[in-house]
Design a protein around this ligand. Structure first.
Ligand code: DX5
Ligand code: ZN
Length: 218
């Protein structure tokens, strides 16, 4: 297996020191940027301006998770803001394949995510259009929630389908990932791991990133 990708979520960072907080995880592979619109999820975070600010702070891959309605209307603003990977929710998209094509044409990686209650099976035939699938292991909307182990079944199904079809689509998991849970996610076949509170809740975020990577290495 390749080295696990660790993506700290800046949702759990201290926004008053955003620059320092991003620089504190310079050893992380990606930076996960959670966008919430107060409609698709019952919380608001930030938008393209903060995304652009983060892009100006670091050269790390910006993994932008859009928890928003009408993603078609917004994706270009996030691409312009410096997103390297744009992840939208299938529950919110009119045509997930058309949107993935648009993202790739614009030169960014295309990802889709799904809420815990949304089955993966209807999307398995379309994986070739996507660079990444983000499996939610909590209800999207808030950091600091408990990991839902039943979502690992989706990861196992994805792993099998991706490997059997020799696809390169990455499997990322988001929600409740910590030193206690990341091993299960790794065993199920994840490639990338979002961690908010398990990184920024620690005194030494960089050490937390290294430890998560070590625990996910198979
Ligand atoms: C939840 C967000 C997550 C969140 C993860 O809706 O998509 O990325 O920041 O936070 P933790 O790791 O604390 O569960
Ligand atoms: Zn997220």
């Amino acid at each position: 297996m390749a080295t696990p990708i660790i993506a700290p979520s800046i949702l759990a960072a201290d926004f008053s020191r955003l620059g320092e907080e991003v620089r504190a995880v310079a050893n992380a592979d990606w930076i996960h940027v959670d966008i919430m619109d107060g409609h698709f999820v019952p919380n608001l975070s930030f938008g393209p301006a903060i995304t652009k600010t983060v892009d100006g702070i670091t050269d790390q891959v910006l993994d932008v998770h859009l928890m928003i309605e009408n993603p078609e209307e917004w994706v270009d603003q996030y691409i312009d803001a410096g997103a390297d990977c744009v992840i939208f929710h299938v529950e919110a998209a009119d045509d997930h394949v058309a949107l993935a094509r648009h993202l790739r044409e614009k030169g960014v990686r295309a990802g889709f995510s799904l809420k815990p209650g949304t089955p993966i099976e209807p999307y398995l035939a379309d994986l070739r259009f996507f660079d990444l699938v983000l499996v939610m292991s909590v209800e999207p909307g808030f950091g600091g929630q408990s990991f839902m182990p039943d979502q690992l079944e989706k990861v196992r199904t994805l792993r099998e389908t991706i490997d059997n079809n020799r696809l390169t689509t990455l499997i990322e998991i988001d929600g409740g990932i910590s030193e206690k849970t990341i091993g299960q996610a790794a065993d199920a076949g994840c490639d990338a791991y979002v961690a908010g509170s398990a990184v920024y809740g620690k005194d030494d975020p960089a050490a937390a990133v290294d430890e998560l990577r070590r625990l996910a290495t198979r």
